[in-house]
Design a protein around this ligand. Structure first.
Ligand SMILES: Nc1ncnc2c1ncn2[C@@H]1O[C@H](COP(=O)(O)OP(=O)(O)O)[C@@H](O)[C@H]1O
Ligand SMILES: [Mg+2]
Length: 382
C-alpha cells in the first residue's frame, strides 16, 4: 500500500484521549523517533460538570439523536481549543504538527450484538477546520468491520514501546474500564490483550452518589470500609468475568444500574460498598492476569487508577511476587500513555501501518484504522 502522506523520520503529532471515565480531555504533543515517543507537552482539561452530566445522560439507552449531535459539536470545539492550548504552551505552530489522533468520546460500545458497533463522537471536521491540522479519528469501527471487538487498540502501541525480550510483561491500563496487554518475552509469541472489566467506573459512580465527588481521592474512602464478601461474590458471578478473550466492555454494561441490581440501596454502609468495589477491580485484574498470563514477571501500570493507593496496594498483594510499578518508571507518564498511543495510531494510519492486533481484538486481519480529515494548511489564529 502506498502511504498517503510523506512523513519525516522525526515528526510531531498530537494525541487526544477522552475515556469512559468522562473525567476530561488528555492531550499530548509527541515527537516520535522511530517508535520511541518523546512527550513535548501535555495537559489534562477536566470536563465542565454540565458536559459530564450530559454525556452520562447520553450513555442511557433512551438518549436522543439531537442531544448527540449537539454534544458532537461541543466536543469538536473543545478538542480544537485543547489543541490550540497545547500548541501555545509548547510554542510551536500548527504547521509543525503532522496530525492529530483523536479517540473521541465513546457513546456506545456493543461489538458482540447482532449489529456489532461502537460509536465515538467529537466532530473531527471541526477539529481539522479550527486547528488547520489533519485529524485522524474513528479508529475503532474499522476493526469492528474486520470482525474484531474494536478494543482494546492500545496494545499495538504497548508492543512497540514497552516490549522487552526475555521478560514477560503486562501493561495494565486502569481507566474507566481496565484493560491489559500481554507482552511475552519470547518474540515469536503473539501479543495478547483484553478488557478485564470495571476499572474506576463503578468506584467513581459510587463516590459521585454518596460523596458528591468525581472520585474516591487516592482510595481513602475505600480504605475506611470493609469488603463485603457476599456483595463481592455476587458481582464476581457476572458472566463477563468468565468470558475468554477477545473481550471488551463499557459503560452500557458496568454502570450504576448494574451495581444497584446487586446491592439494594441502604443494605450496606456506603464505605463498605466503596471498599468492595475497589476489591472487585483489584480481584478481576489479578485473576485475569493469573489465568491469561500466569508467567508474568513485571506489570507496568498506567491510567488514572494508578493514583488510587488502596487499589495499587491490593494489586501488589494479589499479584506478588510480580513487580507492579507505574509506567513512569519506564519514562512514560501514566496519565499520558493513552493520548500518546492515539498520536502513534494516527501516525500508523498516515503511514499505511496497521493499528489493530488481530490476536487481541479478534479481527480477521490487521487493518489500517481511522478516517483522515485533511487540515487546511493554515492555522486559524485565536
Ligand atoms: N488521585 C486519584 N485517586 C483516585 N482515583 C483517581 C485519582 N486520579 C485519577 N483517578 C481515577 O482515574 C480516572 C481517570 O482515569 P483515566 O485513565 O483518565 O480513565 P479514562 O481513560 O477512562 O478517562 C478518574 O475518573 C478516577 O477514577
Ligand atoms: Mg480520562
Amino acid at each position: 500500500m502506498v502511504a498517503p502522506f510523506a512523513i519525516g523520520p522525526a515528526s510531531k503529532y498530537i494525541g487526544l484521549m477522552t475515556g469512559t471515565s468522562l473525567d476530561g480531555i488528555d492531550a499530548a504533543l509527541v515527537r516520535f523517533d522511530g517508535n520511541t515517543p518523546h512527550c513535548l507537552a501535555a495537559h489534562t482539561e477536566p470536563y465542565p460538570s454540565d458536559l459530564r452530566d450530559a454525556l452520562l445522560e447520553l450513555s442511557q439507552p433512551e438518549a436522543d439523536v439531537a442531544t448527540m449531535m449537539e454534544l458532537d459539536v461541543r466536543l469538536g470545539r473543545l478538542y480544537a481549543t485543547e489543541v490550540k492550548r497545547l500548541l501555545s504552551r509548547a510554542r510551536i505552530s500548527a504547521e509543525q504538527v503532522v496530525a492529530i489522533g483523536s479517540h473521541g468520546q465513546t457513546i456506545r460500545h456493543v461489538p458482540a450484538s447482532k449489529y456489532p458497533s461502537t460509536l465515538q463522537i467529537g466532530d473531527p471536521n471541526i477539529v481539522a477546520q479550527l486547528t488547520g491540522i489533519t485529524t485522524v479519528t474513528d479508529f475503532r469501527r474499522r476493526d469492528v468491520a474486520a470482525g474484531g471487538q474494536g478494543a482494546p487498540l492500545v496494545p499495538a502501541f504497548h508492543d512497540a514501546v514497552f516490549r522487552q525480550p526475555g521478560e514477560n510483561r503486562v501493561i495494565l491500563n486502569i481507566g474507566g474500564i481496565a484493560n491489559v496487554t500481554v507482552l511475552p518475552g519470547e518474540k515469536e509469541l503473539p501479543v495478547g490483550g483484553f478488557d478485564t472489566g470495571p476499572g474506576n467506573i463503578l468506584m467513581d459512580g459510587w463516590a459521585a452518589r454518596h460523596l458528591g465527588l468525581p472520585q474516591d481521592q487516592d482510595g481513602g474512602w475505600a480504605a475506611s470500609g470493609r469488603v463485603d464478601p457476599q456483595l463481592l461474590k455476587e458481582m464476581l458471578s457476572d458472566p463477563f468475568f468468565r468470558q475468554p478473550p477477545p473481550r471488551s466492555t463499557g459503560r452500557e454494561h458496568f454502570n450504576q444500574r448494574w451495581l444497584e441490581a446487586r446491592q439494594p440501596a441502604g443494605k450496606l454502609p456506603p464505605e463498605d460498598v466503596a471498599a468492595t468495589l475497589c476489591e472487585l477491580t483489584a480481584t478481576t485484574i489479578a485473576d485475569a492476569i493469573r489465568h491469561q498470563a500466569g508467567d508474568t514477571e513485571r506489570i507496568i501500570v498506567c491510567g488514572g487508577g494508578v493514583h488510587n493507593a488502596t487499589l495499587m496496594n491490593r494489586l501488589e498483594q494479589l499479584l506478588a511476587p510480580c513487580t507492579v510499578e507505574s509506567s513512569a518508571r519506564h519514562g512514560v507518564d501514566p496519565d499520558r500513555v493513552e493520548a500518546i498511543a492515539f498520536a502513534w495510531l494516527a501516525r500508523q494510519t498516515l503511514t499505511g501501518g496497521a493499528g489493530n492486533l488481530p490476536s487481541v481484538t479478534g479481527a480477521r486481519e490487521p487493518a489500517v484504522l481511522g478516517a483522515i480529515y485533511p487540515g487546511t494548511g493554515k492555522h486559524q489564529p485565536g
